[in-house]
Design a protein around this ligand. Structure first.
Ligand code: CA
Ligand code: CA
Length: 249
């Protein structure tokens, strides 16, 4: 309290009171978050030297259903935001460097579709636009071809109908086998049933917005996404994975 009082006394001298108060109120709201809002998104990556942060160029597919249904019965489920996701900021020039990049999978013979559909740019929710992998734990791995600074991973498992996928884990690594410099940037496996540690993220309903994970500018060549079935069946699906980054210097 003493510090705050001192600060306000100083501020009265420094600037006209009404202006400063408006700023303080706005700052306080930002600090505590709006009532009922989801936890604040992970902070944007630090600005590159002299670089300006701009929204990454996300192009969303057409929604296949309105809003986010409230009747999905899954524990630890994130409440829908109720509005479009905030823009995600990254240095200017960051693009989807995952597009068209080679993909491998724990299931190279999908039940439906082909593995290369993961990065083919088709994000539609309809049948024919997703690849269906086998049951239990499966993953896909994207090879960016060279080390990149990765700022965000944006992915759609399935968005024809609302679903929740389990044990969603997103990792970055320096090698294709994921033995070198493995970093986990998202994990909602609450009971470690997929064996990569207990994850603190919540379950979420898949929509046409996809799921955006902050990768904080980590340098990596390989991006891997795990899942372990969903609330409708035990299979695993991918419509598209996008990796927003830029070549590492
Ligand atoms: Ca696709
Ligand atoms: Ca689990």
């Amino acid at each position: 309290m003493t510090r705050m009082k001192r600060a306000s006394e100083l501020l009265q001298i420094a600037v006209p009171r009404p202006v400063r108060l408006a700023g303080l109120v706005a700052g306080a709201l930002l600090a505590v978050g709006l009532p009922g809002a989801l936890p604040a998104p992970a902070p944007a990556p630090p600005p590159a030297e002299g670089g300006k942060l701009v929204p990454i160029p996300i192009q969303l597919p057409k929604p296949m259903f309105e809003g986010t249904p409230q009747n999905v019965k899954v524990p630890n489920l994130q409440k829908p935001l109720g509005r479009p996701r905030d823009p995600f900021l990254a240095p200017a020039g960051v693009t989807n460097v995952g597009k068209g990049k080679p993909v491998t999978s724990s299931d190279m013979e999908p039940i439906i579709g082909e593995i290369d559909q993961v990065t083919d740019g088709d994000k539609k929710g309809a049948d024919g636009s997703y690849v269906e992998l086998g049951p239990l734990q499966q993953h896909v791995t994207i090879d960016l071809g060279a080390t990149h600074e990765v700022f965000a991973v944006l992915f759609w498992h399935f968005h024809k109908t609302p679903r929740v996928y389990f044990d969603v884990v997103v990792q970055l690594a320096d090698d294709a086998a994921f033995t070198k410099n493995v970093r986990t940037v998202f994990n909602n496996d609450h009971d470690n049933s997929s064996g990569m540690g207990v994850g603190g993220e919540m379950h979420y309903v898949e929509t046409a917005e996809g799921r955006l994970v902050d990768a904080r500018g980590h340098r990596a060549r390989y991006v891997r996404l795990h899942s372990r079935g969903n609330n409708a069946n035990e299979l695993n699906h991918y419509v598209e994975v996008e990796v927003f980054g830029r070549p590492a210097k």
